[in-house]
Ligand binder design. Sequence first.
Ligand SMILES: *[C@@H]1O[C@H](CO)[C@@H](O)[C@H](O)[C@H]1NC(C)=O
Ligand SMILES: *[C@@H]1O[C@H](CO)[C@@H](O)[C@H](O)[C@H]1NC(C)=O
Ligand SMILES: *[C@@H]1O[C@H](CO)[C@@H](O)[C@H](O)[C@H]1NC(C)=O
Ligand SMILES: *[C@@H]1O[C@H](CO)[C@@H](O)[C@H](O)[C@H]1NC(C)=O
Ligand SMILES: *[C@@H]1O[C@H](CO)[C@@H](O)[C@H](O)[C@H]1NC(C)=O
Ligand SMILES: *[C@@H]1O[C@H](CO)[C@@H](O)[C@H](O)[C@H]1NC(C)=O
Length: 644
Amino acid sequence: MHLSPLQSRLAASLVASCLLILLYLVLFPPNFALAAELNEALPAVFDDFDLPTDPGPRGPPDAMYEPEFSAFDRSILGRAPDGVTSLTNNEPMPMNAEEGSTQNFVFALPQVSERGTEEGRLELRSEDNVSGEGNTGAGATGQEETGEEEGQSLTRRQASRKVYISANTCQQPQPIDPSKTTLDPPQLILFVSTTAANQAPGPLADKGTQDMVVFNEGAVVYSFTTDREVYIGIHAPNVSEAFSGIYNFRVVASVDSYYYSYNKDDLLLVDTDSQGALLVTHNLTDSTDPSEQAAIMQTQPYVFFAHPKGDRAVNGLRYSYCGLENYALIAATKDGRQSSLVKTSMTTRAFSKFPFAASGQGNLPKQQFFLTGLNSSTEYIGILARDGIDRGALGKRQTASERGNEVFQPTDFTTNSNRSNCALVIDLTFCDQVAYSVPSNPAFGNSTRLAEFYDAYASSMYANFDKSLAQVACEAPSSQRYSLARTCADCAAAYKAWLCSVTIPHCEDFSSTADFLQARAVGQPFPNGETLDPATLAKYDNTAAYMASRNSLIDEVIKPGPYKELLPCDDLCYKLVQSCPASLQFGCPQPGGKGFKGNYETRDPSGALRCNFPGSAHFPSAGGRAGVDWGVVVGAVVVGLLVV
Ligand SMILES: *[C@@H]1O[C@H](CO)[C@@H](O)[C@H](O)[C@H]1NC(C)=O
Ligand SMILES: *[C@@H]1O[C@H](CO)[C@@H](O)[C@H](O)[C@H]1NC(C)=O
Ligand SMILES: *[C@@H]1O[C@H](CO)[C@@H](O)[C@H](O)[C@H]1NC(C)=O
Ligand SMILES: *[C@@H]1O[C@H](CO)[C@@H](O)[C@H](O)[C@H]1NC(C)=O
Ligand SMILES: *[C@@H]1O[C@H](CO)[C@@H](O)[C@H](O)[C@H]1NC(C)=O
Ligand SMILES: *[C@@H]1O[C@H](CO)[C@@H](O)[C@H](O)[C@H]1NC(C)=O
């Protein structure tokens, strides 16, 4: 069948409308029902929402952003109804919204002529060579990039493009009396239309011509393919009387990729103590090229937010970058709040679930966040985020998502009680893979001093071993070597891993009840002078294993008092025996045998932290974290406003 252009347009419109209605019904039945009730129950309200004919009061004028209109935008503005703000590709638009109001925007697809000027601008921003291919955005490689001749593909680009709309709630109404409110303010709602008949999408516009997405924790992402102008409405719902204040949000439309996004890529919790925690990112590169690794070690691509879990201030904003900037108690960003509580640095320390799991793979760059000055016995959330604007120096042309903000899934952690005599140490010189809590005493000194004490001891022990190893014929011809499979370097590495884990006890609160922990120094006073009550003390035999630390220097110099030790993994000992010459006479106790209990522990097959080794961390359990709703991640919401 051959249709004339007009006929095919009509047919396609019809099909598109039907599909839209269908999709709408399938995806948003409850909201649909709610909106319909509103119409019937409150006909008087109707006019208030009818934006095109009622350019009544909106957000305060200071929120209005005056874009520098290019010739193209002006022509759009000319046609747009009053009170409708024009959006520019990849430019965030800040806006206030009072409860019950809808702010409307229009986004015109950048056309070929504008693409030229846009490329010019991008070229100025980063002095990179721009290939003829144009858009580098990950999302721009849609159906239009078919590798045809440039002229042909340009017409097709004009015909339809993928549009990415994203928004973040920066500010929301606050409870008048926080102690009396258990509710959180409602989320903003995004409405999108590509129909000229619905240029002001919103709660009371024709539902058949628009799509609706409720923000999730202060963020929304929505994409579709269209050849039309895109009409956007952001609606601030009515808020209960327990709250006051307005909403403020930023919305961006892009033809490249999402400018604001949120993702399920979590931080790894290494360990906590009574006032702090250590969290690390994933490997920032897989490359083993030393120059590339060195370049990444010079950057700090991520920022970090932390907030007490029990405080409601970030509720409803956890996926919003500007929301976290405004409300999170600790913001380790440029000029952020209480950022002195977070020491951010790069590390190549390896973290793994099992001892030696990462050996031989090279230690890859990561960013670490070392928090101090937190309250004891408090649950916090830590949120990793990325501010693309600050990363412009990477040298390559950035896509919208690289320029924009990305927020990652929160990681929960709980600080130890204020009685705890365990303190986190990181960045040791010799035992460079050690990053966990060790027995401590505030009177001894800060974390740096503590790290130096333990590191110096391990290092001095290693010097003795090194002398013994030097007696072994390491550099001898293979016929005279102690093993063909193992070298002295293997032996030295295995010894170092074992030594650091044995001489630097991994400390846990004395109040921890896990049965695999070993109580130490139970007869000695805590740093505050208290001693264990006789009933508790009576549970422990009067043996050195309980009465003292493994290394008496700890009790003599640091005097931590009673603590529990996460014992070294037995693998560390087996590896040592396997890797080193028999002449060094290393041996290991067997589980259940003499000398095992109180000195080693077997590892948990699932990777839960049950014994200590360099690079140990609190990996999330295999089933994932409970209670975090990640129903929607970037890319999951792709509902078609169909191409015509
Ligand atoms: C331009 O791009 C090409 C290929 O991507 C690359 O080989 C070349 O080094 C680049 N030139 C500059 C000046 O960046
Ligand atoms: C929102 O608040 C306005 C003003 O108080 C009121 O007239 C309207 O009925 C409310 N709308 C809804 C949906 O409750
Ligand atoms: C980092 O890379 C190492 C080596 O490839 C790997 O064993 C380890 O699991 C990675 N760590 C993380 C946190 O992804
Ligand atoms: C610690 O608690 C106090 C009192 O509740 C609070 O004001 C302060 O913000 C908290 N500090 C941190 C870092 O959580
Ligand atoms: C530790 O916390 C308890 C209650 O949580 C409090 O009574 C005590 O004063 C605190 N001690 C110190 C040294 O802060
Ligand atoms: C720790 O204490 C030493 C002095 O003992 C001081 O030089 C250093 O700056 C302190 N470090 C921190 C992180 O406070």
